[in-house]
Design a protein around this ligand. Structure first.
Ligand code: UD1
Length: 416
């Protein structure tokens, strides 16, 4: 079932429930390592990256059980500090186990982490911050050995608000001796969710949601029952797909507050957006208006939704300009969209000019990464005729069941 077949050309209509957040679930699951008791993490999405994190935790000695509403993790018996090679290679977010494990075991061996092929993705900020907290690193045949006799607080300033580095510093900081002051922290809602989980376990973190975090380390943590917030990127994918097809959709439980930049972009595209306690309701005009879009760290427009905007604007009224400032390789879908008759020009490796066309035609496409893959499915919904998207394993890393969700909205989509 690695392909998705889409019979396009229909406007999305109806309502769909938004799954729990992938990027919040993964560091929170890693954080359960610090607790030494049982925690229940509710609303984790059933996606490949969460399954990988669960098997990583199991391999380290945690008791992990899926329940109807969530995942119970008992980390009282962690017995290993070496992460299995394959699991780490496939998933960049296994990197947040580094901060958690160094807090728990004082020594960790891991492969250089993998992830989507959307850019170079170095880990220098993670390593340098942890070094300032007393961690030493030795590179050994493709793996990294990290150890620390005494993990201690530090004053750290990040040159760029890296989400993963911020999460690692928070995870190590809650276990360190003394205070960690982090300037230039990422403000993404997923960082705040991680902090909220740790606070619920008894950690003392100040400045949550701001660019300056103060983590008072060394407090005992207790098991807790925590609900992961809804996924703003999945909600945004469906909202933008609705605009691409000229439909009207209610996104149940979509996290409106975290989606302001996306809602602003939707308004610029000519969509009518209303929010209520049920979720976000979006009603699209025929073809979207062209826009100027620049991705930026939160609260700016998320890089994870840039490809979907690009796909939607292939049918825009006029010329859109889209600039990517976070990852250098996020325009890999352009050649696929051209197979559908899209008119996209790369002005530079980081900027695309999209001249909207009246119709896209169905084509055989290949997904090469998670969000780009979802964007190709959105393009398939907007096209006349049949589209096949191959390589959907990437999409299942982040979307529970994109085919089911689009079918709920009336689309003709099948996994094949
Ligand atoms: C996280 C998200 C990803 C999202 C990204 C930016 C998860 C699991 N993934 O990824 O979906 O697209 O945030 O919002 O939460 N960088 C360095 N050195 C480092 C670390 C990062 O140069 O040590 C660079 C990266 O190459 C990239 C930029 O900083 O250009 C942003 O990366 P970062 O915020 O760390 O993204 P991730 O945490 O990997």
């Amino acid at each position: 079932m690695d392909s998705i077949r889409i019979q396009g050309g229909m406007a999305l209509q109806g309502k769909v429930r938004v799954q729990g957040s992938k990027n919040a679930s993964l560091p929170i699951l890693a954080a359960t390592l610090l607790v030494r008791e049982e925690s229940l993490i509710r609303n984790c999405p059933r996606i490949a990256d969460v399954y990988s994190m669960v098997s990583l935790l199991k391999s380290l000695g945690c008791g992990v059980h899926w329940q109807e509403t969530g995942i119970a993790v008992d980390s009282s018996q962690v017995c290993r500090c070496q992460m299995p090679r394959e699991a780490v290679r496939g998933m960049r977010s296994s990197l947040c186990l580094l901060g958690a494990l160094i807090g728990r075991c004082s020594e960790v061996v891991m492969e250089h982490p993998g992830g989507c092929v959307i850019g170079e993705r170095p880990i220098d900020m993670h390593l340098s911050a942890l070094e300032q907290m007393g961690v030493e690193f030795v590179e050994e045949e493709g793996s990294i050995r990290a150890f620390s006799d005494r993990l201690h607080g530090a004053v750290i300033s990040l040159p760029f608000p890296s989400v993963g580095a911020t999460e690692n510093i928070v995870l190590a900081g809650v276990m360190a001796e003394g205070d960690t002051v982090l300037e230039g922290a990422a403000r993404e809602p997923e960082v705040s969710a991680l902090c909220a989980f740790l606070q619920q376990c008894g950690a003392w973190i100040e400045g949550v949601g701001s660019g300056r975090l103060v983590i008072h380390g060394g407090r005992r943590l207790y098991g807790t029952d925590f609900t992961v917030p809804a996924d703003r990127i999945v909600a945004g994918t469906y909202l933008l797909s609705c605009i691409g097809t000229g439909g009207s959709v209610l996104l149940e439980q979509a996290p409106e507050e975290e989606m302001q930049s996306v809602l602003e972009a939707a308004a610029q595209m000519g969509a009518r957006v209303c929010t209520s306690k049920e979720g976000i309701y979006v009603q699209a005009p025929g073809r979207p208006a062209a826009i100027e879009l620049v991705t930026a760290p939160y609260p700016g427009f998320p890089t994870d939704l840039q490809s979907v905007v690009l796909a939607v604007e292939t049918k825009g009224r006029g010329v859109s300009r889209i600039r990517e400032t976070i990852f250098e390789n996020r325009f890999r879908i352009v050649e696929e969209l051209r197979k559908m008759g899209a008119s996209v020009e790369l002005c530079s490796p980081r900027e695309a000019s999209v001249k909207g066309v009246e119709t896209l035609r169905g084509a055989d496409l290949v997904a090469r990464e998670l969000r780009g893959g979802a964007a190709l499915v959105a393009a398939g919904l907007m096209a006349e005729g049949e589209t096949f998207v191959e390589g959907c394993a990437y999409i299942y890393r982040g979307y529970e069941n994109i085919g089911r969700d689009f079918r709920e909205l009336g689309a003709r989509v099948a996994s094949v």
